[in-house]
Design a protein around this ligand. Sequence first.
Ligand SMILES: [Ca+2]
Length: 220
Amino acid sequence: MKTRNAVLCAIAGLLLAACGGGSETSLPTLPASPTSPGPAITVKMTLSNLPETLPINMPATPVGATEYTWRVNFDLDNTQWPSTGDIRIGLTYSNKLADSLPTDAKITDFSATVYEYVSGSVSQSIASAVVQVTENTIILTVLKSAHPSLSNIDNSAAVQFNTFARINEQGYADSYPVVDFTTSYERIPLDGLFTDTASSISTNVDARFIDLQSMEILID
Ligand SMILES: [Ca+2]
C-alpha cells in the first residue's frame, strides 16, 4: 500500500506540491525487485544489531555445518510440528568446504531458500528467495508463482521464527515463539507483525545479529 502510494506520489510529484506530507525524498527501497510481478510472500526479521558482514568458514566449524541461519517455519497443517507439506523460508550459510578459508562475507550473499517438508524431518528445496538487508532487518521475498506449494501459505498459517549462529565451536539460538511442545507456533496476526520481547541470547557473546526483535509476514 505504501509502495503504491509512493508510486502515485512519484507520478503526481511534478504536479502536486504535497503528497502525504511530501517530506520523503528517498523511499524505503523495497525492491525495484526481480520479484515485483505477481503475488509474493515477504518475510522480515529485525535483529538487535546486524552487521553488513559476518565471519564464515571459521576454523572450528565442521565442513558443511551451518554457521548462520535466520528462518521461519510455516505450520500449514496445525500439528505444531514440522510435517509433510509445511514450508520453511530461510537465509543460511552452511557452505564451508574442506579447503575453505576463513573470511568475512556479506549477509546478502548467503543462500535464501524455500523448503517444503516431505516428511517430519526431511525437507527439500523448492525455490529461491530474494534477500535484502536494510539496517537491522533481513527481508526475504519469494514469488508465489515460484512453486505451486507456496499458494498453501495464507494469513491463517501459524509460524515460528528461529535463528542460529555458530561462534567459537558453540551454537547460539533464538526463537519466537519460544520452542516447547505445546505452543511452538503462533498465528499470523491481522497486521502480520510479531514482537519478541524476550532475549534468549547469552550475554557472554556478541550474537545480537541473531537476537529477534520484531518480525513481519506479508502475503498477497
Ligand atoms: Ca505441521
